[in-house]
Design a protein around this ligand. Structure first.
Ligand SMILES: [Zn+2]
Length: 271
């Protein structure tokens, strides 16, 4: 009797483990297929040319430390980045820390950083009608311009990197570029409707991985975009430490890449 119940428990554990692993495998296959579809549909392709390699550092939302700490790291190397701003987050606070204040926007613009948009309310394109998403995309860009102090560029990043096929097509028509969070290199052909970007999360122990990306970017002469959020000693899971950011910027500059905001890579050589 005891042997039987032990056998049943083992069988149940086996089944649940295998059902879970089957589910995870299916989910992984599904996300890979979705990513493939997102990359192959509604493309708006432009050649990168042969002026690379380029590297862009971008900060999403953005938490104050992205400017106060991240911005000063970039400044110390004489380079500038792109801030994807969601104006509805101004003066709020969340797990990423205090979000930007108006003075951070002004100082970031004065330092020559790019102010790009990220919807108004940090809205995901998932689970809402396309028309409502588009409304928030437009409102976000307008809100930056309506501050009267600085223009928003026509570059955009999808909140949480969540993009649908219909959003890719519709937002792509209104923006110069749209950035996601799928990793990889941009070029030799760049899909302006879904720029690839790589996370800079965590601490210096991840430097080797990033160093490999930078080396490959150099040999491909392509364009590597990084994104992160808060930059502080105890970052959120979506941010990084100052030491990590500083080391990556140092490697990018030392490797001879042109480190520029997204807008300047897109217009490089045309002015
Ligand atoms: Zn965001």
């Amino acid at each position: 009797m005891r042997a039987n119940s032990q056998h049943s428990r083992q069988k149940a554990a086996y089944l649940s483990e295998h059902t879970l692993s089957g589910f995870l495998k299916t989910r992984r296959k599904f996300s890979a297929a979705l990513r493939c579809l997102l990359y192959s549909a509604h493309r708006r392709v432009a050649p990168l040319g042969n002026a690379g390699p380029f590297v862009s550092f971008s900060f999403d939302d953005f938490p104050r430390t992205a400017y106060t700490v991240g911005g000063s790291i970039l400044r110390s190397f004489g380079v500038r980045g792109t801030y994807y701003v969601a104006m509805g987050l101004m003066n709020t606070s969340n797990a990423l820390g205090d979000q930007f204040h108006m003075e951070d926007l002004c100082l970031a613009a004065k330092d020559g950083h790019e102010l790009a948009s990220h919807t108004f309310g940090h809205t995901s394109s998932h689970g809402i009608p396309l028309s409502r998403f588009l409304e928030d995309v437009r409102k976000g860009r307008r809100a930056i311009t309506e501050t009267g102090s600085f223009p928003a560029t026509a570059n955009f990043a999808y909140p949480r990197g969540e993009v649908t096929l219909s959003a890719k097509q519709a937002v792509g028509r209104e923006m110069l570029s749209c950035r996601g969070i799928y990793g990889g290199f941009n070029g030799p052909l760049v899909d302006l409707n879904l720029l690839r970007a790589n996370s800079l999360y965590g601490d210096i122990d991840r430097l080797n991985t990033v160093e490999r990306l930078l080396r490959e970017n150099q040999s491909r002469k392509s364009w590597l975009i990084f994104y992160t959020h808060d930059v502080r000693f105890n970052p959120s899971p979506y941010g990084c430490t100052p030491e990590f950011l500083e080391s990556v910027v140092h490697l990018a500059v030392k490797g001879g890449a042109k480190v520029l905001p997204v807008a300047e890579v897109l217009t490089y050589g045309s002015t």
